[in-house]
Write a protein that binds this ligand. Structure first.
Ligand code: NAP
Length: 520
């Protein structure tokens, strides 16, 4: 069992009462009283806090009492003697757990005071914790053994800062290779997944805060994020894992849409944001770490900036399956790990765009043959769309600020190109914006002159924030049909979901989730 612990980090009893109420209402399974946050800390104050907490929880929610040493992340710089007395008092008051720093537990004062009290308080268990706020532990396995040697009945707690997602594998391996009560996870943005996967891997506790302001450690998620977005309550040892590999990843809407659809289908699957820094090298190391640990149960990934090319190279090097059009586009946005642990590569971007266009125009892909199309932009999205349109035989002209890039892309897919100053002369049935012009916060910008928009045009803007860009507003005013960027985003998500699960997702739910995230 993994308990969801919520720190109560209050400066006085009033604030503590409010935090306890909020934590219990949100579903806290353990309350950690971080007494080092109390101002004017005294034994009496802690006694009162323990009594109040027990009354509020009606004794049904276990309590950890911690008085963290300032050197290991404590809020107040209280003397060692007082900190030990507080833990002693907590044990004598029947608290379920007391948390002492392993290093401090080795001191003569701690040994003299804590050991006899723990012997007389069989209900209370000792958590021996070690923190590294800078980086990984030099030898986490040795530290784990040393802690158990110092007190075989203790729950070792090993928490360190992950400076890269690849640092998390020490924590995963330790959880995998040990059993019984132990608490292991990483701090920092790169350590986020370890806080969520703590439950899948059987850590005794994972921590979440009531809200962002109340977080007591870097990278701590809120209970709402953990239970809502990351489906905490349905995670178990068998949960299959998916995620989006990106740098940066914080803005990605993919965790929201896939987790909403997994929940909708009652599937034991979880989708994570995976911040993979360090370009191709960081990517290869991450994927190799995943592939060598099939017990983690990762089954598939979305891949986005800047790793779409690295993903293709990686699968090529592993001799995995590469969908022919993904090979032609030179970019991969979906990876599937097959049952033999081999990666396969797909690109759902081009199909997403083509489907968004054909469904709006009420035509088939074959009808796009010979259609005059103007594509503005020559970056990643443009590449996927040009590849798809060229595959169906559309007549494409690429317009780009950097004309050289338009020229190179046009040469690859055998189409025309021009600079942006040629846009007033566009004569196309389909106009597609593949630049970021018009994207939030620059919502008053448009890549195309209003007077060039015609009634018989279809105008597609890949920008999805805002849902209706200035370009689309003006296109509607001109009487043109429009396709928004959310439709393409939903389509690529639907295609990925099908690759991940073999099943269809609810498009309306995906769209509603995106709109909810963007405009809440
Ligand atoms: P990218 O590879 O960085 O390409 C950006 C393109 O925009 C380039 O052609 C660039 O021209 C052009 N550009 C940027 N700022 C410009 C400016 N101020 N004036 C003129 N041109 C400018 O980015 P990407 O991955 O292709 O993404 C482009 C846009 O697509 C994103 O901003 C996003 O809104 C949208 N998108 C939509 C979806 C979806 O599913 N709907 C998915 C991904 C992206 P240069 O070559 O001259 O730099």
């Amino acid at each position: 069992m993994t308990y969801l612990a919520v720190p109560i980090a209050a400066k006085d009893l009033d604030q503590a009462r409010r935090q306890i109420k909020a934590a219990l209402a949100a579903g806290a399974e353990i309350l950690e009283l971080r007494t080092d946050y109390l101002e004017d800390l005294t034994i009496d104050l802690v006694k009162k806090l323990i009594t109040e907490t027990k009354n509020a929880t009606e004794q049904s929610v276990p309590i950890i009492v911690t008085c963290r040493d300032h050197k290991q992340g404590g809020a107040g710089a209280y003397p060692e003697q007082l900190r030990i007395e507080i833990l002693t008092e907590a044990a004598m008051n029947g608290c379920d757990f007391i948390d002492c720093e392993y290093e401090n537990f080795l001191s003569a004062a701690a040994q003299e005071m804590l050991k006899p009290v723990l012997a007389e308080s069989p209900k209370t268990r000792l958590i021996l914790s070690a923190h590294n706020f800078k980086s990984r532990f030099e030898d986490i396995n040795r530290l784990y053994q040393d802690i158990l040697k110092a007190c075989p009945t203790a729950i070792p707690k090993l928490v360190y800062t992950a400076n890269h997602i690849n640092d998390c594998f020490d924590a995963f391996d330790l959880l995998r290779n040990s059993s019984g009560g132990r608490i292991v996870f990483c701090m920092g943005e790169a350590g986020l997944t370890s806080r969520i996967l703590a439950k899948k891997l059987g850590s005794f506790v994972t921590f979440a805060s009531i809200n962002e302001e109340a977080a007591t450690a870097p990278g701590q998620l809120t209970i709402e994020q953990l239970k809502g977005l990351y489906r905490y309550d349905s995670i178990d040892a068998d949960t299959e894992l998916f995620g989006v590999i990106a740098d940066p990843v914080g803005h990605s809407l993919s965790p929201a849409i896939h987790n909403a659809c997994f929940a909708d289908g009652d599937m034991n699957k979880l989708y994570l944001p995976l911040l993979v820094e360090g370009g191709g090298q960081g990517f290869d190391k991450f994927l190799n770490n995943i592939l060598s640990r099939e017990w983690l149960n990762f089954k598939g990934f979305s891949v986005t900036i800047p790793h779409k090319q690295s993903a293709l190279n990686f699968v090529r090097a592993k001799n995995g399956f590469i969908e022919p059009l993904a090979e032609k586009i030179g970019a991969v946005n979906t990876l599937i790990i097959d049952k033999d642990g081999k990666p396969a590569a797909y690109n759902t971007d081009y199909a997403a765009a083509l489907d968004a266009i054909t469904s709006t125009m009420g035509i088939t892909r074959a009808d796009l043959k010979g259609l005059p199309v103007a594509v503005i932009g020559a970056g990643g999205v443009s590449r996927a769309i040009v590849a798809g349109l060229s595959d169906v035989g559309a007549g494409i002209r690429i317009y780009n600020r950097t004309v050289e890039k338009a020229k190179n892309l046009a040469a690859e897919f055998n189409c025309d190109f021009a600079g942006l100053d040629d846009l007033p002369n566009v004569d196309a049935r389909l106009l597609i914006n593949c630049t970021s012009i018009g994207m939030h916060p620059n919502i008053d910008a448009t890549p195309f002159p209003q007077e060039g928009l015609k009634k018989d045009m279809v105008v597609f803007d890949t920008v999805y924030n805002p849902a209706e860009t200035l370009l689309l507003k003006q296109a509607k005013q001109a009487g043109a049909k429009t396709v928004d960027g959310i439709s393409m985003f939903v389509n690529q998500g639907l295609a990925q979901f099908k690759l991940f699960t073999g099943e269809e997702a609810d498009a309306a739910l995906m769209r509603k989730t995106i709109v909810g995230c963007l405009f809440s």
